[in-house]
Design a protein around this ligand. Structure first.
Ligand code: GLU
Length: 295
């Protein structure tokens, strides 16, 4: 656990309003909250609402309500303010653009013009279903004098063969090999949306986050983000990757429909304490989620 006297601990929860939050999110965020509290730190709520096509106002409202209902309290966020805002990514585009410029000027990224179809045909399958296919490197040597990112998928050129390692507070030392476990990844999309990897790295640094708590489906993304931190000269942060919640068939909750959303469980009349128990949040056993959906 983080040191109880560490007053500088800054944790964050960073949901995207692309749907109702489900038990898996709740469990991860509960752990972020718990680790922040144990360290006597500050919890930041960041609204990751960059993708206009997928984000909805209704889901944004629901995520604040549902996490508050569950019992999570944050000290900084879009609803409560704080010193390092704004706390919604849609209002932070200038910061991402500045980072894009630095990456372009430093020669870290290149403009990729591959179509979806070309990518699907040429890509090498990832090692598991939790990650994107490896980019085959078709556009790696391309350059562009573009002064604005729009129009290309800007990719980060990963150092092939290098092992990117980090300490995880739950899993210990973790490492992935660039070019084998993950390939050149997009930092800015051609439809002018900064990619998750870039936005998160910029924000975690600007918001002075000291530990990132997230699901273990994002382990490889952590390795990608470490490369971005280095390229941008940003400080390293600590990591705690949570175990994912699965149903009785072993299917990740994130892949299931809304029946297990916090909203739905709440509408069924479950109390916050019951929901926390179901997801094994209060130290209890993980309750078979099928049964709770039936309740
Ligand atoms: N918005 C991302 C998600 O909901 C955040 C992941 C992260 O913690 O970096 O998956």
């Amino acid at each position: 656990m983080p040191c109880a006297k560490d007053k500088t601990y800054r944790g964050r929860i960073a949901p995207s309003p692309t749907g109702y939050l489900h038990l898996g999110h709740a469990r991860t965020f509960w752990q972020a909250y718990g680790r922040t509290r144990a360290a006597g730190g500050v919890l930041i709520f960041r609204n990751e609402d960059l993708d206009e096509q997928r984000c909805r106002e209704e889901f944004a409202r629901a995520m604040f309500e549902d996490l508050g209902w569950l019992g999570i309290r944050w000290q900084e966020g879009p609803d409560v303010g704080g010193g390092v805002g704004p706390y919604a990514q849609s209002e932070r585009r200038e910061l991402y653009r500045a980072a894009w410029r630095r990456l372009r000027d430093g020669g870290w990224i290149y403009p990729c013009t591959c179509s979806r179809r070309e990518l699907a045909e040429a890509a090498v399958a990832p090692h598991d279903d939790q990650d994107e296919p490896l980019y085959p490197g078709t556009c790696r040597e391309k350059t562009s004098g573009a002064t604005e990112p729009v129009g290309f998928n800007w990719r980060f050129r990963v150092p092939d063969g290098e092992r990117i390692e980090f300490d995880d507070a739950r899993l210990g030392r973790v490492g992935f090999v660039a070019g084998r476990d993950f390939g050149d990844f997009v930092v800015w999309r051609r439809d002018d949306v900064p990619a998750y990897q870039l936005a998160v790295v910029v924000d975690d640094a600007a918001m002075q986050v000291t530990e990132v708590v997230r699901g273990e489906d994002l382990l490889r993304s952590t390795a990608r983000q470490i490369l971005l931190q280095r390229a941008l000269g940003l400080p390293e942060v600590g990591y705690f990757h949570c175990e994912l919640l699965r149903d009785e068939q072993g299917v990740r909750l994130a892949k299931r429909h809304d029946a297990l959303s916090l909203r739905h469980l709440r509408e069924l009349g479950l109390t916050a304490a019951e929901v926390r128990r179901i997801a094994g949040m209060d130290g209890g056993e993980v309750f078979p989620v099928e049964k709770c959906a039936e309740k």
